[in-house]
Design a protein around this ligand. Structure first.
Ligand code: SF4
Length: 254
């Protein structure tokens, strides 16, 4: 049985051909952008920080930055890393230090009752398990004052979407469907985005009607993917970051 992730669904919506390259042909291109690598290392550092907190220890900022530096040094930057603009590796390393430092001072002592980090969720959108969604929640907390679950997501790019775009984000809304399935439909679930580059936290809640509508739309999207025979290229600004650009017919590839 095929399981869909949010990134799989959004790749199809972005460009059906990219979806085919990645998920049907399974073409692996080892190129990664420096931004995605930096994001991965920052996520690891925050995961470690909250695991320590869960174990009763509040790490110092130096400890967090030491962990981050260790993970940075473990990366192999020689292997097809895509650099953008004029920034150097050391600029990106320092950027990570800055983002983590800002986050640290804003959220210390990290006492929002974290239940789990990198929590895997697998949920069926229908009763027959025909439409399965799998994902990882950066951090799941339970707010003891409001008695609500909180789904926390870290964003490390410089891009800050409009409030409207954030409220239309499908990823955390799908995760909130999963949490409600696990803990009860009437449980409150707060969606929380941390835009680290802006030192900004944005939260909102989805109504059960909105979540139900998204669930139906997602089932329709999966049906569309399953019935697609012709995976056409869809040229957009996302092509600038597409790892398949060199082999894409829209850009002269075969
Ligand atoms: S380069 Fe653009 S059109 Fe081609 S596969 Fe990638 S996203 Fe699609």
């Amino acid at each position: 049985m095929e399981i869909y992730s949010y990134s799989k669904l959004s790749t199809f919506e972005q460009c059906p051909l990219k979806y085919k390259f990645r998920y049907i042909d399974k073409i692996i291109i080892p190129e990664k952008t420096i931004e995605s690598l930096l994001g991965k290392i920052i996520h690891k550092a925050l995961e470690w920080l909250y695991l320590e907190v869960k174990n009763g220890v509040i790490p110092s900022l130096d400890d967090v930055l030491l962990f981050y530096t260790k993970k940075w040094q473990e990366e192999d930057f020689s292997n097809g890393i895509i650099m953008n603009g004029n920034l150097t590796l050391s600029d990106y390393y320092n950027r990570g230090i800055q983002l983590l430092t800002n986050y640290y001072f804003k959220h210390k002592p990290f006492d929002d009752n974290t239940l789990d980090v990198e929590k895997e969720i697998i949920v069926s959108l229908d009763e027959f398990k025909n439409y399965l969604i799998r994902g990882f929640i950066d951090r799941l907390a339970y707010n003891l004052k409001t008695c609500e679950y909180e789904i926390h997501d870290y964003k490390t790019s410089n891009f800050l979407p409009s409030r409207e775009k954030i409220s239309n984000d499908k990823q955390l809304a799908l995760y909130s469907f999963a949490i409600k399935k696990m803990f009860g439909e009437n449980k409150g679930v707060l969606l929380v985005w941390h835009y680290l580059a802006h030192n900004l936290k944005i939260s909102l809640k989805k109504t059960n009607d909105e979540i139900y509508k998204l669930k139906e739309e997602t089932i329709d999207l999966i049906k569309k993917i399953k019935s697609t025979k012709n995976f056409s290229p869809c040229v957009s600004r996302f092509c600038n970051w597409c790892e398949y650009k060199k082999i894409c017919p829209a850009f002269g590839g075969n």
